[in-house]
Design a binder for this molecule. Structure first.
Ligand SMILES: [Zn+2]
Ligand SMILES: [Zn+2]
Ligand SMILES: [Zn+2]
Ligand SMILES: [Zn+2]
Ligand SMILES: [Zn+2]
Ligand SMILES: [Zn+2]
Ligand SMILES: [Zn+2]
Length: 1762
């Protein structure tokens, strides 16, 4: 390395040469020469190695500077022929920019597309263009760019409407066709041409150069040094960790350096990792190769001569330069395009552009990126050259794709990725198809890459190796290209286009033929298949091709001639596939009901069958088009209709449908299993699932059904049905009664019976679909949108659905549109969401009658859900529950004969058979759903007849006569009853009650049809229906009555059930409430501690502090343990009762987020700073237990956890090791318990000293304690008595040890909660001896009170009576705990705290370093000093009243707070002086007087304020939060009920509050009333050095009142956030885009989350940026918005986290987590407020706990790495 170091000196040695360099002279010399190429190369050969790559560490800034001076400047001068600064400016001025925006997208930048106007989804706008376009009022889609690609604004082919934004709107005056070169002089053009040729040639030479130690001719350096680089290249095989580890070994670097190397390699594609002589670099290379070659192919490393690297560096720079220069003028851009595409000496495909493309896969990532960028800004921006480039691209297409398939870089780094920029332009795509035969090329290239075929030439994916599978994935991008080419359909066809399209179709049919019948299966009967069969590849291929097949049909639909030719070709292909259709299969004859048909013997359950039939399905699609475009009727002679063999057409689709039925019947379970999403499925079941799934069904299931319809429409319906029966293997069951009987005797096996029942059901369903599915236009006479309407309707019949759910249930076209928006309002109404949940569409009631229970796209589960829902609806409307088939639209003529299936003999025979079985159950096996289907079919037939009758003018038009057929009895010999007779028979069958309504509906319809026929033909004979009719009505009446009663009973039952399930669902919540209710009742009856009602004696004003304090009635307090359910009285000497509690650190109220976290070991928490930067919050769910019950519970949890961790190594949502547990009742996260204590007794007959008296006494007491404590320090014996020199008041005994009033269990719990608060609050290990324990408890009490006070203000709730019980209980127990916690600590320690606290108010010479009053939060001081006084008072036997002392302390602190407020009150605001009432005069005057006193003490630091009104207002508003906090504190400490006025938000609160606190409402009287006593104190406060320092800006100055903190403001439009995040770069890796930009909602910082680069070490662990940030910003708790994902992230500590719904909703009231749908999102203020409330009430951790309990997968996430 030493040698390398000295090399850095070289540039300065060359300085003189550089200084003497003249740009102008060089350029002039070049202008003279004839061979510019040679001159420039010579120049570069000389200078490039002197500028670039001179040492191990590159120095890009100085390199770039030198390159600009020595290399680029002469080029620019030459180009302009003058000083470039003027020349380039002139060019820019004369430039007429094109209308294209062409903004190239950065990673993560928002892009917009219009669902209504974009030609295809790849057409996008940048944010600026979008905002200035018409589309922002349309239905637009928003996504984040993956980088690359550019804005299509201005491209008229990309947009059906509004192609320009305001900025890019063309000027009508300038013609677009004008040649940009027209403005340039010929000289200029020539120079420009020359210089571009040389520079581009140089760049291409260098970037495609593959020799490591030599340079191209003309570039050899004049003096060659002996320096090399060891260059490491990127690959996608090795992981980051492998590379880092290897580098540390090979080049001896630190981990940090290795990480940086690896990051650069990943980003740029290569990085030099060592510099030195050849051997030195070669050594590193061999180590790297050796270390990485074990498992896979080694990392690519090259030892390259430094001059080669230098030239490559400059080559990249040169490309950048070209991109920069052409930005000045469209003319320069055109010249560069010309230079690039100019054919080279090697003939075809030898231009510089070709050379680059063809070497693409050999270049490193960085080089590719740079030249792709240049292509985008040059070739693709010039419309003329875009076309030429597209042609070259198409010519090289096959080679480029093959290179890409072999290359291991992602597609975004391949030149093939540019296809989207050209193929999606309709005119270019059309041109490439006709001139370059692109469609055929793409398909052929694709087919060539799928090599594995079986004997019949079909694809075979079974034996794919991992590498082939990888290749298969890459080849799929070709399908994407094909999609681009086909995405816009031609409006006009030329003969050439027809020819090339049909040629493409031929190739495509070749591809489909390889798929027809691929992956065939044979049913396994004996053993299971053990191995998991490969089936996904075949399905992937099918899925990818789905849209292509649809688009080809759409192309065909735009031209009759093309359609006819395509139909012929497809039929030929199909015939070819099945040329051996009947070979080797035995012919058989089937006969039934007097009909017979010849077919073959084939069993799906025994022979090969395939689910892949794309050729058949394409033909089916084209067949429908023949009908839709009426080609079939207009040009029948041109169609090969006579060649069609209907049995052949239906054979394979029918087999496939039978396969589905058999899979449903459970016959294919032995064909292996597959694991999908952790669930085991039968492999065939999965394939059938996809076959019906919305992603595939359009070109699979739907088309098979159509093919069946097409075939059946050309066949005798009886024949069709017999073949169907035969393929379902049910022929023997239906052919005759004898057959069935014989069969039943032989097959008593229950499984077989069950299977046959299912198959029969499926077959009946299939017949319904063949006759009933008429909603595709071309099959039935419907409009285009009827189909989608019907889909939506049937989805909504299941239940109301959100927009996104509906979208998922509907097939999307190639533009990812469903067409739903056009029709949704016809069938549904929209219901907006509340604060949770999402907006829902509900079915319009009038649409329910179109419901078809046997809708072909329902799964069995959908069907039963829909049935239940629709029956329920009918019951609610008081209708009968029959679900008859809906009225259907008529068929198109080509399919019209299908209705005859409904009245053919075989069907009637089948219907009769099933009804017969139902009449006499002994006759055979049948099922209810079989019967239900039969009834449905009869209904369909009746409706068909009714429709035809209603629509016909003359009777003889109606050939359809089902009613006639159904009343005809079966033929001899069986002589079965007619279908009608059977129905009538079944009507009263008791075992068929469920179908009663349906049968009644059928009979009614029959009667209706008879009337219709009678009306039209009065000759028809009427049977004895009249008399029967009467019978029926009598019978009906009776029945109806019985039914009504049954219905009533059922409704009652249902209601009870509903209540019960509701109760179960909310069991916990209910319990919680019940429990709290009972507690409240208990309180109300037994005590007044929590009584919010009026006091017993209404005239006595209530006071919560001081000698006049109201005494609550002494009553017992009894609570119930949630664990053992025993009642327990709360007594000091009783069993301890505890509240589950959660203590956490908090910064929610912080006014200073820049304060660094305290050092836990040395931090003295005695005084809280008014900025409240870190606090300790205690919350509770309010659930009470015996301490011993809780301990037993916690031990059990601990033991369970230990076992679980050993066994499963899983984690829970709570950390037992840290004392965490879930409340046994409500599962709320807790980490300690607070003991419940009885309220403190006020001593009634005590001495009540005045302020002066008390100051004196307390001074004496403190002195006594000082000396006692001094004694204690050296000799720690308790026997020491009071020393004489200490003039202690006689009644104050320092050595008096008061008896501890508490039982042992309570003492234990006092310690438990104290040390938990200490441990969590300070983040230290527990230490029961630490003197800070009581301080932390008092502080947590004060902080919790403050946070609740803020919350009440923010929520606009009254101070009392609006808190949930759990918070009331929590505050009471906290306050009482605080007053008792000194008993668990060392008494002198607590007394010491009291002394120091008091010294902040009353100067005490023996206490050092008392804080200045501006550095003290007064509520914290009040709480601490009041609570610590207990330790002093216990040694006072003089009868001094605690109440009196508390009141003095309170007054004193209140005065101090007023002083604090006045000192920090800002300058007077310029407002109108308010007219103040007489009553306030005193206050204003007092405030002025106090302020002026302060000014005399403090001096000029205080501004002069003349307005007493202003000062008094400052005091009043500033002190209010403190007074409210004090009221909460004393209320909960003493249990004095609050006055009713404070239970409401009524005016006059101030006076009542002051009264409750025993304060004068003119607070200034506190000071002025005791002025002579207080003035010395005031003097002491104001002369504290801290005052001056703080006021002059030396510290954090907090002014009062402190506003509540809010989460940051968010923009209304989500895209503003995306935009903000896209310009955010990682702060650590120099300008790189962050992959997961994450916004802290507390402080607004943007972080680079979930990334290596920004990990930091926190407490010895590597953590991600978010976790690290929470420790400073949120004391461990964080609320973030993951901008790319549109997801809120909650974090707590290192192990807890969850995702939460973002506050952004689309117009359908849904969030879009992951930004998958791309609908515009807007801020929902309600939801954001809800998140803010969770934060303000410290519930984030609790929320995480609940989320993790509900979803265990959240527990496994490495939250600390986010
Ligand atoms: Zn744009
Ligand atoms: Zn624009
Ligand atoms: Zn639009
Ligand atoms: Zn208990
Ligand atoms: Zn609980
Ligand atoms: Zn933050
Ligand atoms: Zn980063």
């Amino acid at each position: 390395m030493a040698a390398a170091e000295s090399d850095r000196e070289v540039p300065s040695a060359l300085c003189t040469e550089f200084l003497n360099f003249s740009v102008k002279d060089t350029a002039s010399k070049w202008l003279q020469v004839t061979d510019l190429y040679k001159e420039v190369y010579h120049h570069l050969a000389r200078y490039v190695p002197k500028i670039y790559c001179l040492g191990p560490n590159l120095n890009p800034q100085s390199e770039d500077l030198l390159a600009q001076m020595l290399l680029q400047a002469p080029l620019e001068w030459y180009l302009c022929g003058e000083d470039p600064s003027t020349g380039l400016a002139k060019l820019e001025q004369n430039n007429q920019p094109s209308q294209l925006c062409g903004h190239v997208f950065k990673v993560g930048e928002p892009t917009y597309s219009c669902r209504e106007c974009a030609a295809d989804p790849t057409c996008v706008l940048c944010m600026q263009c979008f905002l200035g376009s018409v589309h922002k009022e349309h239905r637009y889609r928003m996504t984040t760019s993956g980088g690359g690609g550019f804005c299509d604004c201005g491209d008229t082919e990309a947009w059906k409407k509004g192609p320009y934004c305001q900025k890019h709107e063309p000027n009508i005056s300038d013609s677009c066709q004008e040649d940009p070169l027209a403005h340039l002089s010929t000289d200029m053009i020539a120079r420009c041409y020359n210089v571009f040729s040389v520079v581009l040639k140089y760049a291409v030479d260098m970037l495609t150069w593959d020799k490591e130690d030599e340079l191209p001719p003309g570039l050899e350096p004049p003096d060659r040094s002996d320096t090399y680089y060891c260059m490491l290249f990127n690959d996608e095989v090795h992981t980051y960790e492998q590379v880092i580890y290897t580098l540390q070994k090979a080049v001896n670097c630190t981990q940090k350096e290795a990480v940086s190397f690896a990051t650069t390699v990943d980003r740029d594609g290569r990085k030099s990792v060592r510099f030195g002589d050849f051997a030195f670099c070669e050594l590193a290379k061999s180590v790297i190769v050796r270390n990485t070659s074990r498992q896979s192919k080694p990392l690519r490393v090259q030892v390259m001569h430094s001059s080669v690297v230098a030239h490559q560096c400059f080559a990249l720079k040169a490309l950048h330069w070209l991109g920069h220069v052409i930005g000045y003028s469209d003319a320069l851009r055109r010249i560069l395009c010309q230079v690039g595409l100019e054919r080279g000496p090697e003939g075809e495909n030898s231009s510089l552009v070709d050379t680059l493309m063809l070497c693409d896969s050999k270049m490193w990532k960085g080089a590719r990126n740079v030249y792709h960028q240049l292509f985008m800004s040059s070739l693709l921006m010039d419309l003329k050259y875009k076309k030429l480039f597209a042609i070259q691209f198409a010519k090289n297409y096959e080679r480029l794709q093959s290179d890409y398939v072999k290359d291991d870089h992602d597609r975004e780094f391949s030149v093939t990725d540019l296809s989207v920029q050209m193929f999606t332009v309709p005119s270019l795509a059309r041109m490439l198809i006709t001139e370059e035969n692109l469609m055929t090329t793409i398909i052929r290239t694709f087919v060539d890459h799928l090599r594995h075929r079986d004997l019949q030439g079909r694809f075979q994916f079974e034996r794919y190796t991992a590498q082939q599978a990888f290749k298969f994935r890459r080849v799929q991008s070709l399908i994407g290209d094909l999609k681009y080419v086909l995405i816009s359909r031609p409006t006009e066809w030329s003969d050439q286009l027809r020819e090339k399209f049909l040629e493409g179709l031929d190739t495509f049919l070749e591809l489909l033929k390889c798929m027809q019948g691929m992956d065939p299966v044979v049913r396994q009967v004996g053993q299971h298949i053990e191995m998991e069969p490969e089936w996904e590849a075949a399905f992937t291929l099918q899925m990818k091709l789905t849209h292509i097949i649809s688009m080809i049909q759409e192309w065909c639909a735009t031209d009759e001639r093309v359609l006819i030719e395509a139909y012929k070709k497809c039929l030929t292909a199909l015939t070819h596939c099945h040329s051996g259709f009947a070979d080797g299969e035995q012919p058989i004859t089937l006969s039934m009901c007097g009909h017979s048909v010849d077919t073959i013997r084939y069993c799906v359950s025994q022979e090969k069958v395939s689910i892949h039939l794309p050729v058949s399905r394409l033909l089916a699609g084209l067949h429908v088009l023949l009908s839709k475009m009426e080609v079939a009727y207009r040009f029948p002679e041109q169609l090969p209709l006579s060649e069609l063999s209907p049995p052949m057409l239906i054979e394979h689709p029918l087999r496939c449908l039978v396969l589905c039925a058999q899979v449903h019947a459970g016959m294919w379970r032995r064909n292996g299993f597959s694991l999908v999403n952790q669930v085991v499925h039968s492999v065939l079941w999965l394939q059938i699932y996809y076959y019906h799934n919305v992603k595939c069904r359009v070109e699979m299931f739907d088309k098979d059904l159509i093919m069946l319809q097409a075939g059946a429409s050309m066949m005798d319906p009886n024949h069709f049905l017999m073949i169907v029966l035969s393929r379902f293997e049910l022929y023997h069951i239906f052919s005759s009664a004898e057959c069935r009987k014989r069969y039943n005797r032989e097959n008593a096996n229950k499984d077989v019976v069950q299977q046959n029942n299912t198959l029969t059901e499926e077959m009946l369903h299939l017949i319904m679909m063949v006759v009933g599915e008429r909603f595709e236009s071309g099959i039935g006479q419907v409009e285009g949108c009827d189909e989608i309407k019907r889909e939506i309707l049937h989805q909504l019949c299941i239940r109301p659905m959100a927009h996104s759910e509906l979208v998922k249930a509907l097939p999307e076209n190639e533009n990812k549109e469903t067409g739903m928006e056009r029709v949704i309002d016809c069938v549904a109404s929209f219901k907006k969401p509340g604060v949770t949940g999402r907006g829902l569409y509900e079915l319009r009631p009038e649409c329910a009658k179109q419901f078809n229970l046997y809708f072909h796209h329902y799964s069995r589960a959908d069907q039963s859900k829909a049935e239940e829902a629709q029956r329920k609806l009918k019951r609610q409307n008081g209708e009968d529950t029959a679900l008859p088939p809906p009225v259907l639209p008529p068929f198109c003529p080509l399919f019209a004969s299908l209705v005859n299936i409904l009245q053919c003999d075989v069907l009637l025979g089948m219907l009769g058979a099933v009804l017969q079985w139902a009449v006499e159950p002994s006759a055979g096996h049948w099922s209810e759903s079989m019967l239900q289907r039969v009834l449905h079919l009869i209904g369909m037939a009746l409706l068909e007849e009714q429709q035809q009758l209603e629509n016909s003018s003359e009777d003889n038009d109606v050939y359809f006569n089902f009613t006639l057929k159904m009343s005809r009895p079966g033929e001899a010999p069986s002589n079965t009853a007619s279908v009608l007779a059977l129905l009538e028979n079944l009507q009263n069958a008791p075992h068929l009650e469920v179908h009663e309504d349906m049968i009644r509906w059928l009979l009614k319809t029959v009667a209706g049809i008879k009337t219709l026929r009678e009306r039209s033909a009065s000759t028809s004979t009427v049977t004895a229906s009249g008399s029967r009719g009467q019978e029926e009505t009598a019978c009906d009446k009776d029945k109806a009555e019985r039914k009504r009663k049954a219905e009533m009973a059922r409704l009652r039952r249902e209601k009870v059930m509903a209540q019960m399930s509701e109760m179960q669902r909310h069991f916990i919540n209910e319990n919680k409430e019940l429990f709290q209710q009972s507690l409240e009742e208990l309180d109300a009856s037994t005590s007044t501690s929590l009584d919010h009602r009026y006091p017993a004696s209404p005239d006595a004003a209530l006071a919560c502090v001081g000698p006049r304090r109201s005494r609550p009635r002494e009553k017992r307090q009894v609570v119930t343990c949630i664990l053992c359910q025993e009642e327990q009285e709360i007594r000091a000497d009783g069993k301890a009762m505890v509240l589950a509690a959660f203590v956490q650190r908090s910064t929610v109220m912080s006014k200073n987020r820049t304060r660094p976290p305290h050092d836990p070991k040395r931090y003295d928490p005695l005084f809280m700073h008014p900025d409240l930067s870190f606090g300790t919050h205690t919350g509770s769910c309010g659930h009470i237990m015996h301490s011993h019950c809780w301990q037993r519970y916690f031990e059990a949890v601990q033991a369970k956890e230990q076992r679980r961790q050993q066994r499963l190594r899983v984690h829970t949502s709570y950390d037992v090791g840290n004392g965490e547990f879930l409340c046994p009742l409500c599962e709320c996260l807790s980490n300690t318990v607070i003991p419940l204590l009885p309220r403190t007794m006020g001593s009634s007959s005590c001495e009540q000293p005045g302020l002066g008296q008390w100051l004196k006494t307390s001074g004496q007491q403190i002195k006594a304690m000082h000396s006692a404590h001094r004694k204690l320090q050296p000799v720690s014996t308790v026997e020491e008595t009071v020393e004489e020199e200490c003039p202690a008041p006689e009644v104050f005994t320092v050595d008096y040890i008061p008896t501890n009033p508490y039982s042992s269990t309570i003492k234990e719990m006092l310690t438990t909660f104290g040390s938990a608060t200490y441990k969590v609050g300070l983040k230290v290990h527990p230490n029961e001896q630490d003197p800070r324990i009581p301080i932390m408890c008092w502080s947590s009490c004060a902080y919790t009170i403050q946070s609740i006070e803020r919350l009440l203000v923010d929520e606009k709730k009254p101070l009392f009576g609006s808190l949930p019980c759990r918070q009331d209980d929590c505050l009471s127990s906290l306050a009482r705990f605080g007053s008792a916690c000194w008993t668990a600590a060392c008494q002198p320690t607590v007394q010491g705290h009291f002394i120091r606290l008091l010294a902040a108010l009353i100067p005490d010479p023996q206490v050092e370093a008392s804080p200045c009053i501006l550095d003290v939060d007064m509520l914290h001081l009040l709480v601490s000093v009041v609570l610590s006084y207990g330790s002093v008072h216990s040694q006072d036997s003089s009868g001094l009243s605690v109440d009196a002392v508390q009141l003095h302390l309170f007054h004193l602190i209140t005065v101090a707070h007023m002083v604090q407020i006045l000192l920090t009150s800002g300058p007077e605001e310029v407002t109108m002086e308010q007219e103040s009432g007489e009553a306030e005069r005193g206050e204003e005057e007092g405030a002025c007087r106090l302020y002026n006193t302060l000014r005399t003490l403090v001096g000029s630091s205080l501004p002069e304020v003349g307005s007493g009104w202003h000062l008094w207002r400052c005091v009043k508003t500033g002190i209010l939060p403190y007074l409210r906090g004090a009221a909460l504190f004393f209320h909960h400490l003493h249990g004095v009920p609050a006055p009713p006025e404070l239970h409401a938000l009524c005016p006059g609160q101030w006076e009542v509050l002051c009264g409750y606190l025993s304060l004068p409402s003119n607070l200034l009287q506190l000071f002025h009333g005791q002025q002579e006593l207080l003035e010395p104190l005031l003097h002491g406060w104001c002369t504290h050095p801290g005052i001056q320092q703080t006021l002059q800006g030396g510290g954090v100055l907090v002014s009062f009142p402190r506003e509540s903190n809010s989460l940051i403001d968010l923009p209304d439009d989500y895209s503003a956030l995306i935009n903000q995040a896209s310009s955010f770069t990682c702060p650590k890796s120099g300008g790189d885009k962050s992959r997961a930009p994450t916004l802290c909602l507390v402080c607004g910082s943007m972080l680079c989350s979930q990334s290596y680069c920004c990990q930091t070490e926190l407490e010895g662990e590597d953590v991600g940026a978010c976790t690290a940030h929470t420790f400073a910003c949120g004391a461990g708790v964080g609320i973030f918005l993951r901008v790319r994902e549109s997801q809120v992230l909650f974090l707590a500590g290192k192990t807890k986290g969850c995702f939460y719904a973002p506050p952004y909703l689309d117009d359908y009231g849904e969030t879009d987590q992951g930004l998958r749908r791309g609908n515009p999102l807007h801020l929902c203020h309600e939801r954001y407020r809800k998140i803010q409330k969770l934060w303000r009430q410290h519930s984030i951790t609790e929320e995480i706990g609940h989320a993790q309990e509900a979803n265990q997968t959240l527990v496994g996430i490495d939250w600390q790495h986010l």
